[in-house]
Design a protein around this ligand. Structure first.
Ligand code: HMG
Length: 447
């Protein structure tokens, strides 16, 4: 028997245990105005892994808490998919390392769970959700659930403009039949093209054309929305309580949100109502040439941004999705999933009833591809979201100095031998424990 109701049943978020304060520590060291970070990029701080943390420990610690909390054993899990762009092995997937960690603390093993690793920059977290969804909808899961873990240490080379947007953390999600948080829509839109904007050709830190990457993000996202509408019908602002986007930094989502709003109000009563204030949206046939048309679109968009109607929509639908991200930075594959979690957390804390309401989720990965799908929030979401302890984790991070930042950055550069002392003490968690005889990384659970 297969069911139509498949989606996210539980979420756990694990942040790296160190905090780099961008306004107080990073900006002064770079001789920059803190406003660039807090206002321009929209970021207060970044999360970093301590010396004993990495993509495996963060993923395993998130998955461990999730399984314990839900009372699951390895026999309940038929699939473990890890999405990452920070892998340290081109053959053995990170999911095997994570399963190995979990087997240290559970009596059973994961020998009958299908394990893999997904790669397509940041969008692979959502692609792994897709794989799990399809596996369950195809009826191949034998009543079991899938564990999807998006885990990254999103570090840039020192001196790269991307250094401002770093972060590290993991999101573990349980994908199951009759889920307790959201059901995924079968409809999805894709916007995909061969792009050279952000890549890691067998190197630890990315080669990035930052400004171009922002344009590519917006172009692919627009394509994905149009593709989604071609199967699900036109979207309207009233259809969605929240729109979580891939969030490399909140300033990027500010741009995506504005263009998205312009798109979804086109031809609606909202465009009509706003016309008195800012006119109608320009049409290509009304302009002399392409350049004139683009100027007219820019002018309309600038005016739209200043309207009360848009500002109110943004503060209700988009701003709540940024609540975690602005304190932790870019987590690559996990980023859109912390945006969803932030929105649900905000709704719970503000008494917003989401039962049966829709989210529109916009994922993105450089290289480049965007994906858009809808999710329906299901009863039970509040109890699940109440279990998140991400605020506590964020608050308890160790605040690093710029010198400590430089040391930690070296530790997580796979090419360099770096010897640094941990800045925090591990407790009740998996830790990186040195190298094995075949060059494998080894892990232990510390009580
Ligand atoms: P930059 O040149 O250092 O920053 O690079 P900037 O000078 O453009 O300033 C950033 C913003 O702050 C601007 O806002 C400034 O005006 C503003 P905008 O004009 O764009 O709205 N600003 C200030 N505001 C107030 N007070 C001030 C002040 N100073 C400046 N004093 C860049 C920024 C994003 C390019 C860089 O950080 C970068 O290269 N980041 C990495 C690439 C990236 O994140 N791209 C995003 C889209 S691609 C993506 O999301 C995929 C990704 O996650 C990877 C994957 O898929 O795997 C990255």
């Amino acid at each position: 028997m297969t069911t139509d109701s498949v989606g996210i049943d539980a979420i756990e978020i694990r942040t790296g245990k160190l905090e780099l304060d961008l306004a107080e520590t990073f900006a002064p060291a770079k001789d920059e105005d803190p406003g660039k970070y807090t206002k321009g990029l929209g970021l207060r701080s970044s999360s970093f892994p301590d010396v004993y943390e990495d993509i495996v420990t963060m993923g395993a610690n998130a998955a461990h808490r999730l399984m314990e909390r839900k009372g699951l054993t390895p026999a309940d899990i038929g699939r473990i998919d890890v999405a990452t762009e920070s892998a340290f092995d081109n053959s053995k997937p990170v999911s095997t390392y994570i399963a190995g960690c979990l087997e240290q603390v559970f009596d059973e093993d994961f020998h009958h769970a299908n394990k893999g690793e997904r790669k397509f920059a940041c969008i692979s977290g959502t692609q792994s959700l897709d794989d799990a969804y399809n596996w369950i909808r195809a009826g191949r899961n034998r009543g079991r659930a899938a564990l999807v873990i998006a885990t990254d240490t999103a570090l840039y080379a020192r001196g790269d403009a991307g250094e401002a947007t770093q972060g590290a953390g993991a999101v573990a999600m349980l994908i199951a039949e009759d889920p307790s948080i959201v059901e995924l829509s079968p409809e999805q839109g894709i916007g995909s093209a061969d792009e050279t904007d952000f890549l890691k050709p067998n190197q630890q830190f990315p080669s990035v054309d930052g400004k171009r990457s922002m344009k590519v993000y917006l172009a692919r996202m627009r394509e994905a929305v149009e593709d989604f509408e071609s199967v699900s019908g036109d979207t309207h602002p009233d259809d969605f309580e929240f729109i979580p986007f891939h969030t490399p930094f909140p300033g990027m989502v500010r741009k995506a949100g504005l263009l998205g709003y312009r798109h979804i109000i086109r031809g609606t009563e909202i465009e009509e109502e706003l016309a008195e204030e800012i006119g109608h949206q320009p049409h290509p046939e009304e302009s002399e040439d392409d350049e004139a048309y683009l100027d007219a679109v820019r002018e309309y968009t600038d005016a739209l941004k200043e309207t009360d109607r848009y500002r109110e929509w943004y503060s209700q639908v988009i701003e709540p999705t940024l609540g975690i991200s602005r304190h932790v930075g870019n987590w690559y594959t996990g980023s859109v999933h912390i945006a969803r979690a932030a929105a649900l957390k905000y709704a719970r804390e503000n008494g917003i009833d989401l039962d049966g309401k829709q989210l529109l989720v916009g994922s993105y990965g450089s290289g480049a591809q965007a994906e858009v799908h809808a999710e329906t929030v299901v009863p039970g979401w509040e109890a699940e979201i109440a279990q998140l302890n991400i605020d506590e984790q964020i608050m308890n991070r160790y605040d690093i100095s710029y010198e400590e930042y430089e040391q930690i950055h070296d530790v997580h550069n796979h090419d360099e031998e770096a010897d640094a002392e941990p800045l925090t003490a591990p407790e009740g968690e998996f830790v990186f424990d040195g190298w094995g005889r075949m060059g494998e990384r080894k892990y232990t659970f510390v009580e």
